[in-house]
Write a protein that binds this ligand. Structure first.
Ligand code: SF4
Ligand code: FES
Length: 376
């Protein structure tokens, strides 16, 4: 164990810890952008500069290993001057569009600019503009001028998602985040890049301009889509689900969330969603005059779909899937009883659906036997 003193408070940390780890153990906040507890250390934003005793210049807390007897000041005049200098550089090109930015209210840069930013800029030269990128249907990269090159999104793809879909090209003022050879971001965890981006460069396309973060109320929940049971927070405005974010749980999903859990809330508000159990049934579906293909597949397919529909109805109560499933089931069903058809359309109870399955199976089997006999 190593002894270190931060802002006059002593703490012991294991070998290999960084000054940032020690500060967290003491509950001392060191301003940062590129550091993230789940990602490797890049130390490229320099916002975490702190004063280390006997060091000739401020050191990045996230990348400085602790040595025994080290004394660190995170809020001394030298440290704060260094942090303010970094902030001034970061704000040179960052647009002042906080009033319309989706990240407004939950932006690390916005928060830290209050403490470390100046009220005016000394930079009078031309500012740089980075053109938008198409990263697919989930992530919006329309305002890449906001990017501060922390490379969190790049490291996430490489280290957590296992697919390096984003990278940084160019150097200095010409550096920009791009996807590989114009491809979109398709990993199943891509939405986490939105959470990781400390500024509003990467935002959620489905949530874009729908609500401000302070208008949303939060409900803790558990993912209904798979057996993982990821913990999540459902953010609601009025009676409408506007956004789903991960709820940190080290034992299950850590601080990540799959795209399915994150974006499937869109189906709840979809205009295509069926909101009642009644539905139109095609007259042709009620008769036995079906195509040879449906006759061939009807019984097997129809029954399993009814089963799926029954599970949905009695399980999560998602009527969209349930109703769609039932309708499909009915189209492919071999049962020709109009009463059964109507009860499929009307019913949501598991018992009556089970009756229909039996009915459709028996009906199909009977007709098949009859056809065989007549052929003989
Ligand atoms: S897009 Fe966001 S996460 Fe990626 S490097 Fe830029 S600021 Fe960092
Ligand atoms: S947080 Fe340390 S350099 Fe970025």
């Amino acid at each position: 164990m190593l002894n270190i003193e931060i802002d006059g408070k002593a703490v012991q940390v294991p070998n290999g810890s960084t000054v940032m780890d020690a500060a967290h153990k003491l509950g001392i906040y060191v301003p940062h952008f590129c550091w993230h507890k789940k990602l490797s250390i890049a130390a490229n934003c320099r916002m975490c500069l702190v004063q280390v005793e006997k060091a000739p210049k401020p050191m990045p807390a996230c990348a400085t290993p602790v040595t025994d007897g080290m004394k660190v000041q995170t809020h001394s005049a030298q440290a704060v001057n260094a942090q303010k200098g970094v902030m001034e550089f970061l704000l040179i090109n960052h647009p002042l569009d906080c009033p319309i930015c989706d990240q407004g209210g939950e932006c690390q840069l916005q928060d830290l600019a209050v403490g470390y930013g100046a009220s005016n800029s000394r930079y009078t030269e031309a500012k740089r503009v980075v053109f938008h990128k198409n990263l697919g249907p989930l992530i919006s990269a329309e305002e890449m001028t906001r990017c501060i090159h922390c490379t969190r999104c790049v490291r996430f793809g490489q280290e957590i998602a296992g697919v390096m879909e984003l990278g940084m090209i160019g150097r200095g003022e010409h550096a920009e985040i791009v996807s590989f050879v114009g491809r979109t971001v398709d990993s199943e965890l891509s939405g986490n890049m939105i959470d990781l981006c400390p500024v509003g460069a990467l935002t959620s396309k489905p949530f874009r301009y729908k609500a401000r973060t302070w208008e949303l109320s939060r409900r803790k929940s558990v993912s209904p889509h798979d057996s993982l049971g990821s913990n999540l927070i459902v953010q609601v405005k009025g009676e409408k689900v506007m956004r789903v974010l991960p709820l940190e749980n080290e034992a299950i999903n850590e601080c990540w969330l799959s795209d399915k859990d994150r974006f499937s809330y869109e189906a709840l508000n979809s205009e295509e969603r069926l909101t009642s159990r009644s539905m139109a049934v095609r007259p042709s579906a009620l008769s036995c005059r079906r195509t040879p293909r449906s006759r061939r597949w009807g019984s097997r397919r129809g029954s399993s779909t009814v089963l799926a529909a029954t599970t949905s109805i009695s399980g999560c109560g998602n009527r969209t899937f349930a109703a769609t499933g039932t309708r499909r089931a009915f189209r492919g069903s071999a049962c020709r009883s109009p009463r059964s058809a109507r009860s499929i359309a009307r019913s949501s109870s598991a018992a009556s659906c089970a009756r229909i399955i039996r009915c459709s199976r028996t009906g199909f089997a009977k007709r098949r036997r009859r056809a065989r006999r007549s052929r003989r």
